[in-house]
Design a protein. Structure first.
Length: 316
């Protein structure tokens, strides 16, 4: 069963599943979901907790032993298994799949890790655990979803999420929910009895936004130059190599060029051919409403000049 983090709400009396799969590239949401599980489990008598990490030294026998053995001081336990890559390998797959053969109601298993793809979700072990548990995918929040998340965080902290204040936190903490949480906590400490004004918050909040070249591409496709400039400065401050940015821009230029050429030939857009998923198709449609093949020729010239400038800088 799949549940997104914003809909994952547990109480002390919530019925717990034996397995929870928490994967994704947004750490703050993962931490919050794990903390909810810890608190609910503790309220229901799971008073022992073990943390295991699947690395090069890990033995899957350790997990088997942990699920079958309880300490003298506890009748119920939580096992948190960190699976960084989301891929347990052959032995791990067999071990995880076997856990559903004889489910122990006194053991709660939380498996968490980084971003996983459909290939992992379609494996036998994942489907087996998901059938008896809950899968929580944790993706970076953007736009309205990010605004709503910040608004809820502020309300939970006793602050009033005014539009200006919410937008300030969005701009300063985009791509970094952990920083957003810290900034909200800081505002509450600075102004414990009232919500700060926009001017007060602007003085206190530090810009801790984080972006990747893929965020930059999406903003350029959407036609937001000022936001793109901010992202470029942030990527530069984080030490992202210009060659990576050039690669990403050139790849998107080639994709749009091919799509525009197909349209000129009267062909319909084959989104699957260009590996553009439905969630991003509107971005490309927006770009194609603004760009022509003549524009693309000019962009090609600018990308070539960018490439030359990078190489000259590297030589020096």
């Amino acid at each position: 069963m799949q549940v997104y983090p914003n809909r994952f709400n547990l109480t002390d009396t919530s019925q717990l599943k034996p397995f929870y799969l928490i994967f994704g590239e947004e750490p703050q949401q993962k931490l919050e979901c794990i903390e909810q599980l810890r608190q609910t489990a503790l309220a229901q008598g799971f008073d022992e907790r073990q943390s295991l990490v699947v690395d090069s030294q890990f033995s899957w026998d350790t997990l088997i032993e942990a699920t079958q053995t309880l300490s003298l001081f506890s009748s119920r336990q939580v096992i948190e298994l960190e699976l960084p890559t989301g891929k347990p390998g052959s032995e791990g797959s067999k071990t995880l799949n076997s856990l559903t053969d004889n489910i122990n109601p006194d053991v709660l298993l939380i498996i968490h890790g980084g971003k996983i793809d459909k290939g992992v979700q379609n494996t036998k072990w994942f489907k087996s655990l998901d059938k008896h548990g809950v899968y929580i995918p944790s993706y970076p929040l953007e736009g309205n979803a990010l605004n709503q998340w910040i608004g809820k965080k502020m309300l939970d902290s006793g602050l009033q999420p005014t539009p200006q204040l919410s937008q300030l936190l969005v701009e300063c903490c985009e791509g970094n929910l952990l920083a957003a949480t810290q900034e909200i906590q800081k505002l509450k400490l600075l102004y414990p009895n009232d919500t700060p004004s926009f001017e007060q918050a602007k003085e206190a909040v530090v810009d801790q936004s984080r972006f990747t070249v893929f965020h930059l591409v999406d903003v350029l496709l959407a036609g937001e130059p000022q936001k793109a400039i901010k992202m470029l400065y942030r990527l530069e401050s984080e030490g992202v190599e210009p060659t990576i940015i050039a690669w990403a821009l050139t790849r998107e230029w080639q994709t749009i060029q091919n799509i525009l050429f197909d349209k000129q030939q009267g062909k319909s857009i084959n989104w699957n051919q260009y590996r553009i998923w439905k969630s991003r198709q509107s971005l490309y449609q927006s770009a194609m409403r603004r760009l022509t093949l003549n524009d693309m020729a000019l962009l090609q010239t600018k990308l070539a000049a960018f490439d030359v400038a990078i190489k000259q800088t590297q030589v020096v």
